[in-house]
Design a protein around this ligand. Structure first.
Ligand SMILES: [Ca+2]
Ligand SMILES: [Ca+2]
Length: 342
């Protein structure tokens, strides 16, 4: 982190000079008014063990597919008495939409063979700004996303867990606009951040899963380390002390950040998780994420998507975009990623 942060005096001077030559700079849209940044220490909530299932399955795939996992939802009471919904409170569970249009989805049998076969023509435009431009884009999230533009919900991943799907989004917006994604690495072991890994000779019933988001929009916006990303549900942990708070940075880097180096905890049903409250206005353009950590970039190998047709069939549609997540791809299970496009 940090190596791309620097704005050199030379760079600044060139920018200012360019602005001086461009009368249009006067007419550039103002930066959105921001709320004050919340610098109060994070309110950590600690849970241990499994959550109680409150919804058996948010999604039924009408087609028999190889890798279908049940997307259940649970609740668990933290040591401070807070009742937490796991893996997350989602727009999908609330029945909010619009649901995502499919780029690739085995359950709907939308399976274009390559980028040339992909059509975005029938994807409805979600209007954010009536006088904006229509922006089309492609999204892959491991496992679930909901996407907001200036606080307006524009796409809800229709397949919360598996099979791995990818989506087309279309919206009308004017710069500057703010993208905000709620991202969930779903659980099988609700509240413990672990899944039942179905592959390999024996599989692994206690496998810490991992996340990831990649987005490319037609106006050139891509996911990269210029985004912000914050974690809200961290586990599985042998002890809650494994999360070290440094300001608003929830540091678990000592546990390993990606598979296969990430430490597999031996705690199983006794594992802990650390949660943080999700800010009420996190989707808004006004929300001040300046104290949040930057997003981290990951490779296809880190994410484990080198064999994933929902993504690998369409390299042209994601060219130049990077997979992002927080600092820990494995232990951070609920993440919000934000970017203001200027
Ligand atoms: Ca999904
Ligand atoms: Ca995980």
């Amino acid at each position: 982190m940090g190596q791309n942060d620097a704005v050199t005096p030379g760079h600044l001077a060139v920018t200012l000079l360019a602005c001086a030559f461009l009368a249009a700079c006067q007419g550039m849209p103002a930066t959105p008014q921001l709320d004050a940044a919340d610098s109060t220490p994070p309110k950590r909530m600690v849970t241990q063990g499994p959550a109680k299932t409150i919804a058996e399955n948010l999604y039924h795939c009408p087609v028999k597919v190889k890798n279908h996992r049940v997307s259940a939802v649970g609740q668990i009471t933290a040591s401070d008495g807070t009742v937490i919904t796991v893996p997350a409170v989602t727009a999908l569970q609330k029945g909010l939409g619009p649901k995502s249009a499919d780029l690739y989805n085995e359950c709907t049998q939308v399976l274009p063979r390559n980028s040339a076969e992909v059509s975005t023509a029938n994807v409805p435009v979600i209007e954010v700004d009536p006088d904006g431009e229509v922006i089309t884009g492609f999204v892959v999230a491991d496992n679930y996303y909901e996407m907001y533009v200036n606080g307006k919900l524009v796409s809800v991943d229709n397949t919360p867990y598996t099979p791995f799907n990818s989506s087309i989004v279309k919206f009308k917006a004017k710069r500057p606009y703010t993208l905000a994604f709620l991202l969930v690495d779903w659980d099988d072991k609700l509240g413990q951040g672990m899944e039942i890994f179905p592959f390999g000779p024996k599989g692994d019933p206690w496998y810490p899963g991992d996340g990831g988001l990649i987005v490319k929009l037609s106006d050139g916006t891509v996911t990269d380390s210029s985004w912000k990303a914050q974690s809200f549900y961290i586990g599985p942990l042998n002890t809650p002390d494994e999360v070290i708070e440094r300001g608003q940075f929830h540091d678990t880097t000592h546990l390993g950040r990606v598979h296969p180096v990430a430490k597999k905890p031996g705690c199983r049903e006794k594992c802990y998780a650390v949660h943080y409250p999700i800010p009420a206005n996190w989707q808004s353009a006004r929300f001040n994420d300046s104290l949040w950590p930057r997003a981290y970039e990951y490779t296809d190998t880190d994410i484990g998507v080198t064999n994933l047709p929902a993504y690998t069939r369409y390299p042209e549609l994601f060219e130049g975009a990077r997979w992002i997540w927080t600092v820990n791809l494995v232990f951070d299970n609920v993440v919000i990623a934000r970017k203001t496009v200027r």
